[in-house]
Structure formats: C-alpha cells, structure tokens
Ligand binder design. Sequence first.
Ligand code: ZN
Length: 143
Amino acid sequence: MSDEPRAHLPRPVPPWEEQRHTLCGRPITDVKKMGTLAACAALAKREGQRRAAYDYCQTCMERARYAARSWETDPIGIMHDWLGRGMYVSDVEREHITASLHALSALIEEHREEFQTHRGATESGVPSLSAARAAKRGLRGVR
Ligand SMILES: [Zn+2]
C-alpha cells in the first residue's frame, strides 16, 4: 500500500452542470486525487475489489456500483441523482438547480423549433446530444 491519498470518483452530472462533486459528496476542488469510473471498474475487474480499495475511496467505490454511468446511456439516472441533490442536500444546491431548470426552459422557449428537432431525434432512438453533435458536424447515423 502506498502513502498516496485514495482517489475519489466523479459523480456523473448533466452536461451543462459546472458544479462537480465526488460520489462521496465532496466538491471536486476539495479532494487531492480524482479517478475515473472506468479506471476503477477496470482495476476492480482485473485485480479484484480488495486491491482497488487500496487506491480508491471506499464510499465512492460503493456508490459507483449503483451510479448512472453516462449522459448518453442513462440521462434519466443522472437527472434523478442531480435533482435529488437539490431535494435533499442544501438550500444552495436547491437554488442552483432551480435556476438551472428555469434557464433550460427559457432556452427551450427561445429555441423551440431546434428543441423539437432534437427531441424528435431522441424519440427515434438517437441520444439528443449525439444527434446535436452529429448535426453540428454534418454527419448522419453517428451514435
Ligand atoms: Zn470519495
């Protein structure tokens, strides 16, 4: 075992969210070492959970077992977790998330047609961000 601090894991958030936390609940700016969900999972798979526990925060590892993985594959899981912070963590978080939701609705109202186009792409099975990125690049059929 090394003297290096154990790495924490990032809590997945919606792509517009700039406030980042660890899965154990700390602001990312307050921790010394960050890992990734993929690297932690790969180490645990390759060398076992006990070995990975030397390198990663125990609370982060435990919560990673149930955390949503990515916006592209599980936006509902990420939104559920993100909105939950506003419901249960603090008034500051609640105000931040409320302001973000009001900003989203204002943006959608200003760009209703573009929103409908992206949502239509989602209903056909293509994640909206992928569709948006593909549209920007002029590509079709990219997932
Ligand atoms: Zn942690």
